[in-house]
Write a protein that binds this ligand. Sequence first.
Ligand code: FAD
Length: 481
Amino acid sequence: MSAQLLWFRNDLRTKDNQALSAAVQSGDAVLAVYTLCAKQWQQHHLAPIQADLIVRRLAQLRQDLALLNIPLVVAELGSFKQVPEYLLSLCQQHQITDVHCHYQYELNEQVRDEAVEHLLSQQAISFNRHHGECVVKPGRVLTKSGENFKVFTPFRKAWLASLTEQSFSPLGSPAAVNKGLISQPLKQLLEQPPEISCSYPRENSNAWASDDQQIIQQLRDFSASKASDYKEHRDIPALDATSGLSPYLALGMLSARQCLARLYLEHAEDIASQQGGAFTWLSEIIWREFYRHLIAANPRLCKGEAYLGWTESVAWQSDKALLEAWQQGQTGYPIVDAAMQQLKQTGWMHNRLRMVVASFLSKDLLIDWREGERWFMQHLIDGDFASNNGGWQWAASTGTDAQPYFRIFNPTTQAQRFDPEGEFVRAWLPELAQVPGKHAHTPHTWAEKNGLSINYPLPIVDHGQQRKQALHLFEQAKSAE
Ligand code: FAD
């Protein structure tokens, strides 16, 4: 009795899952597996809160798959390198002829997959990778001369032009596998699955959903009631105006195609005219695609290299005390500190603030963007290599920002513009609770004027001076090109 193996990775969903659909369509019994490797998570700096969400999702996925008569094995392995051998032994144990999964575009994952393919092919087991992480598969959106795009806006134009009907027609959940096909060992796994074991540290992620119903409802609610105002409201961190879907997209609990389909259903006109809130939101989904296409085309990004080679010569400064002040939200710049508190306490940070704190670390503290990239991965519930690396490199001017390196955010004017009444800052920094309105962004000036003292650090650097120094460091590196 032959069977198919479905290998879950960054695609923890049963809906719009090409690999699952292909496995079920074969007509064979299907076994699903997830290989969990704490050592690899450590190397990837996976946040304990994200690890918790993965484990909760696996438990949920096991229930959803059981309804399709598919058992899910969660195997905790000592090392990433054991994956090929482990999969081969599973295949041999269950007479598996075909393995299905989705492409992952990161370098280590590609190398691992090649090793798996090689080993399986020696036993005539076929290894089928499907494209499911992106709406448009990497390599398909190219310039007229066949190159990869280096900046976002022309990429978006070409990406939109490449859409087909399939792009917004996600697959549903497949029909259940015929129980008559299932072997005794698979039946046993279905009826009495072993406990999920995970030795990696975990932090409570219960504030985030692990089941499809809630996640899809969140997408629907966003599309119905927030998408239209997204363009006006998305930069205001005190508002709950963005979708909050990033953890689900990062882990593949929701697909970009599902998002696209919902948008087209309710906002087709906005999207056709490329205007309005829904189109702005779609553009964010395209940013996600852009960064995935970028790492697929530039594997060196996965080795920690800067996208713009000449920026490797920027003489970043290593100052432990400044780095720690940034990490702990003690910089004396309220918008930076409030954002870092939001990250620490919730595992999530508003996009505008990710840009502000990333600019602050690299251009005000002159610290290597890779320190910030790592800290984000260690704390984000939506940690995602491509988006995080892309976002950091964009903010540090080592990446794909169409503006040159002299775009340097002023943290105080950013705060006054996007948190004009100081609402966000006061919500996260109780020590500034008594500072009224916009004064929350310059609390020491306000306190001095009013003869008061506040228990809040003075700014650790002077923005004007640091800006000049950042420009100098970039100019030096550029002239050495
Ligand atoms: P929405 O505004 O509702 O956007 C919808 C979806 O589009 C998001 O869920 C996300 O999947 C995608 N998206 C939105 N903005 C971007 C963007 N700028 N780049 C790529 N995709 C985007 N996003 C991550 O998912 N994981 C990360 O690790 C990550 N790190 C970042 C680091 C920095 C320095 C910066 C500047 C941005 C980073 N982002 C990252 C992008 C963005 O900040 C988050 O995706 C967004 O804040 C998530 O909130 P949301 O789901 O409410 O987004």
